[in-house]
Design a protein around this ligand. Structure first.
Ligand SMILES: Nc1ncnc2c1ncn2[C@@H]1O[C@H](COP(=O)(O)OP(=O)(O)OP(=O)(O)O)[C@@H](O)[C@H]1O
Ligand SMILES: [Mg+2]
Length: 471
């Protein structure tokens, strides 16, 4: 690893803000609540002397006897399967880490990255994936209290809610607060993986099970032993795989493809969908027996327009984070009229859309205050007019195109959504986004601030051929 190319910095994310601290090239840095630590954290859930970061090489983190523990999270992606693996470091023990890995101390998340790490996809992915949820709304507080309750049992949980409301964030919270938190959290996006690969991906295969299977490979359910499996977009599971998944859930045993011996299953399932699964059951495209198995407890996350008290705190946390990611010296100020515009908008794409709008606005504000024109909301979708109108993700409107940025080159390098040309119509923006993402639908959807499912609906609507899956 060429660590001499650029200095390292520590990204420190708390519930309210994100900031960075430059790191020396070598040495051992103590981290804790006591001001004498080299990395001083104000979080009350962090111990006085919590951990030591050894800058190596290799980079290592050690728990020096914390009360609330230390967890390290890494994220890998292949074949459309995102895996988030989380491990606990026991007190007195240490673990090698990579740049971009998440280190969770109490409620604070730390990430070591290179300064100017705009082009470091691993770190931005981790910062995005392991955000600490901002929870202010009364209904959301109650839901997170329920998260604490269900976490303590092994019951399967089904998360419902429109696109971008925070289903994945909640799935992660369920895992982290559960007795399985020491085990891995493995996420599978059921919509992003081809049916032919799903079975061996979930259940694993033995050597020689099919052409190309030269070595035995454990499936996700084995990898997740002792932890949690998050089945995202579970409504997209093909019927053939639903049948097999149901059998696994009933028997609590997994048989690898081409295998003879069943292995015990030791995972808790959290599933999510923005579809109405009861309707899908009624239409015969989702098995009722599987629905009952996955749905030990259902938790429905309200859309952002129904929890307007969270718009401001979440927006401020995104401003803080975006400023860090863009290496700005200070966070831009949110002007009162811009805040008013945020509060008056309907947010069909929910928190994901809010994040994209804020990231764009932080760039466009160029270090000054964020003004309404930087948000590009243009008087559309007021809370009142859109409330109740949008109940299905198919009706999501794309976030409006941003105004033309002041210095396109610098801006384009800083942030993905701006790579979509401005002022074009929606169809054109989708085509461009797909082109820029090499046909990767998940990335294009992310860039456009909509869910992959919505993107697929739009492709059909505009008659844009679906790109071939990248394998
Ligand atoms: N309470 C929260 N506080 C701060 N950020 C949040 C919160 N909830 C969600 N987010 C952020 O909003 C974005 C969307 O969240 P998430 O991916 O969990 O939504 P989702 O419901 O799974 O969406 P989809 O249905 O499209 O998969 C992410 O960037 C996430 O970090
Ligand atoms: Mg999701």
């Amino acid at each position: 690893m060429t660590r001499d190319l650029a200095p390292l910095e520590l990204v420190i994310t708390t519930a309210d803000a994100t900031h960075t601290q430059r790191l020396p090239a070598t040495g051992r840095l103590t981290i804790g609540r006591d001001p004498q630590n080299r990395v001083h954290l104000l979080d009350p859930s962090v111990s006085r002397r919590h951990a030591v970061l050894d800058l190596g090489p290799p980079l290592r983190i050690e728990d020096i006897g914390s009360s609330n523990g230390l967890r390290v999270t890494t994220s890998e992606e292949s074949d459309g399967t995102a895996r988030i693996v989380e491990r606990r470091v026991s007190p007195g023990h240490s673990m090698n880490i990579e740049l971009g890995d998440g280190m969770q101390l109490g409620a604070t998340l730390l990430i070591v990255q290179r300064v100017n790490a705009d082009d470091n996809p691993a770190s931005s992915r981790v910062v995005r994936s392991f955000s600490v949820p901002v929870v202010h709304d009364g209904a959301m507080r109650k839901l997170y209290e329920l998260v604490d309750l269900v976490s303590q049992s092994g019951i399967n949980v089904l998360l419902l809610g429109e696109t971008g409301v925070g289903k994945e964030v909640m799935a992660e919270a369920i895992h982290r607060r559960s007795t399985r938190a020491r085990g891995p959290l493995v996420c599978l996006n059921c919509a992003a993986i081809h049916e032919s690969l799903l079975e061996s991906e979930l259940f694993g295969h033995e050597a020689g099970a099919f052409t190309g299977a030269t070595r035995a490979k454990p499936g996700l359910f084995e990898v997740a032993a002792g932890g949690t499996v998050f089945l995202d977009e579970v409504g997209e599971l093909p019927i053939s795989v639903q049948v097999k998944l149901l059998r696994v859930l009933e028997e609590r045993k997994v048989l690898r493809v081409g295998g003879l011996q069943k292995r015990p299953l030791d995972v808790r399932f959290v599933s999510a969908t923005n579809r109405n699964l009861e309707d899908e059951v009624a239409r015969g495209v989702f098995r009722q027996d599987l629905y009952f198995r996955l749905n030990g407890v259902t938790m429905e996350i309200p859309p952002l327009r129904e929890r307007t008290s969270e718009i401001e705190p979440i927006a401020r946390s995104f401003i803080a984070r975006a400023a860090v990611q863009m290496n700005m010296r200070a966070e831009p100020r949110l002007s009162p009229p811009a805040l008013e515009a945020l509060l008056g908008y309907g947010w069909p794409g929910n928190i994901r859309e809010l994040r994209n709008v804020i990231e764009r606005a932080v760039v466009l504000s160029a270090g000054g205050a964020i003004l309404p024109e930087h948000l590009g909301l243009g008087g559309r979708g007021s809370g009142a007019s859109s409330a109740g109108r949008k109940s299905s993700p198919e009706l999501v409107t794309l976030p409006p195109p941003p105004p033309r940025p002041p210095s396109p080159r610098a801006v384009e390098q800083a942030i993905a959504p701006l790579r979509v040309p401005v002022g074009e119509d929606e169809r054109q923006r989708i085509v461009e986004a797909l082109e820029l993402c090499g046909g990767n639908q998940s990335k294009a959807a992310e860039m456009l601030g909509i869910s992959r499912r919505t993107l697929l609906t739009r492709l059909d609507l505009y008659g844009i051929p679906r790109p071939r899956k990248n394998r």
